[in-house]
Design a protein around this ligand. Sequence first.
Ligand code: WT7
Length: 707
Amino acid sequence: GAKSRSSSIDVPRNHAVSPGRRGRARGTNGDAIEPPMELAARAHVGSMEQYRSMYNRSIKEPEMFWSEIAGELRWETAFDGVDKPEEVLEWNFDPSKGEVYVKWFAGGRTNMSFNCLDLQIERGLGDSPALIFEANDAVNSRIFTFNELREEVSTFSKFLVAQGIGKGDRVIMYLPMIPMMPIAMLACARIGAVHSIVFAGYSAKSLAQRVVDCQAKMIITASASRRGKKIIPLKKIVDEALEICMQNDGFSPDRVVVKGNADTRIDDTPFLNIDDVPFNPQRDLWWDDDISQYRMDEKPDPMEFIDSLDPAFILYTSGSTGKPKGVVHALGGYLVYAYATSKFVFDLHPGEDIVFCTADLGWITGHSYTLYGPLLNGCATVLFEGTPTYPNAEIWWNIVDKHRVTIFYTSPTALRTLQGFGDAPVHKSSRATLRILGTVGEPIAKETWLWYHEIIGDKKLPIVDTWWQTETGGHIITPLPGATPLKPSSATFPFFGVEPVLLDPVDGHEIDGEGEGSLCIKRPWPGIFMDVHGAHERYENSYFKVFEGGYYASGDGARRDADGYLYVTGRLDDVMNVSGHRIGTAEVESALVQHPLCIEAAVVSIGHEIKGETIVAFVILDPLRKKEATQYPEQELVFKVRAEIGPFAAPERVIVVKNLPKTRSGKIMRRILKKIAAGNIEDLGDVSALADPGSIEHCIQAEQRAR
Ligand code: WT7
């Protein structure tokens, strides 16, 4: 029963751009930066005409369009739709018409790990580099060819199977950026196990919450993580997390696998002594001790083709409510979308391009563009363990030159940090191999965009400002480097198959032409997530019930200019973006009130020069418990957030107040607190809804006292 809605619209209606001629100014679009001719000549998409015709087809015949692209990958069993293309996609976005669901490539069977490795080897890339590991301390660096990587992955798959891990089982990784991480991810994908990576900056409590939510059967971690000169004892944190799981939920994963990672160092900071790594022989296993028996193992490789609609992985992300959401991606759609976006947005050519995406594998950017996207395109990917400023601020550009990187992808927050070191560290490198620069994670200000273009890109390289989300699996609004004339700070136009609309936040009508609104998407693209793990109602409520009529609501606002260019302005909901990390106000508030001293908290973010946004908390302390407090309750509360969520979520300021500005129905007016926190008290806007107008003056004074 295909329920797919066929499209009758003509596109791109809202995105009309004047075609223009290369290098010639025209209309309001005149100052746009044209793609370099050399790049355009060889690119998969080399002109706006080609973009537009492919885009139109992707909207008019999405099933045919995506079937053809999916056909560039290996399917053991073909998906439905060979005779009836309408069966390639079945969906409903409108909760008033029934359950919300999206099914891409139903009936097909495939495998991510096979497509990343075996398919590339079949095509003759076995001896080409696949994984280029740059360690925090360069002595540990190493390159794996596709053959070598498959060998490692196959070995790890055998180990997983021997440990009783099978199709559908959840495996959590809490690992630094070391080869063990991609190897374990690809091994899970190989046997149909569902990985869930928890960024190794999250606290024990956050880790525990995720372990319980997905009922992880195994945890893979390392003795420690090395970041610059710092050592973070990951295994110790895992043990704390599992203690919490046991106490609160009586739950424990069967196994913890530990990779040794604190040995070789080039500076004189102390080693983490192996005896200091807590170890429970009933439950824990040292990978380094166990590996050899599986390497020698004569058993066949356990690679298994699995259903397109089976989960590929779960990745937790923050929403506007307290509990993080386990975003579930379906195998077939995610695979095709990670492949296609990498191919067209980074213009990847197999066996040629070398991708350096600086995102940690703990985030979706790492999944799609540090790991899966490049490998699916037969390209090498750089895995960098360290930080952008250790041993110095030249390290990224040294890596670019050393490994002849062609595609470089990073975040505005990292660029702002490096900009602070000036141009000299950049000029020590040639960066001659680079073809394309990319940015993701937050809006990029014009000054940062121009610095990236002029200093990093020597005024030659195109910048793809890619807007997307954990939920979207891959790029949604993005330039194509060989086609799109660029305007600083604009993510420009929709990727193939994406039909974005701007909705009026009040009445939900579609805003055509120039204007600003809530950024929503009208129809499914292959990378869209299939569910929130264990909470289908959150899937429907948070994304498809925000507006009536069947729209995916992103939670972001955007503006469209007269040329149809889209500018994403940032979140419209209670989600913050600190250094590119997505953090819910409710998460931080619930961490604060877990402290016995704090009875109420309101959290807002304000602009910050480097981090983009920074967190300010207004808190009410329990008058009865004040005596128990140390001299610095503010500091204690900051520590509480670090312990509950992780250091990256720590408020920059905690302001103690006696009451908070609330509406008569008891809702905190964060809009007003945001202005007070930023010192913008001249115009607080409409305050007529306030229950107690005196609360404003009180908060203003408290803020000023706290400075
Ligand atoms: C939120 C998604 C998948 C990207 C990494 C973060 C913001 C992302 C851009 C951009 C302006 C951006 C949005 C979005 N964002 N890219 N190019 N321009 N804002 O993934 O953690 O799921 O966060 O990041 O606010 O909703 P995420």
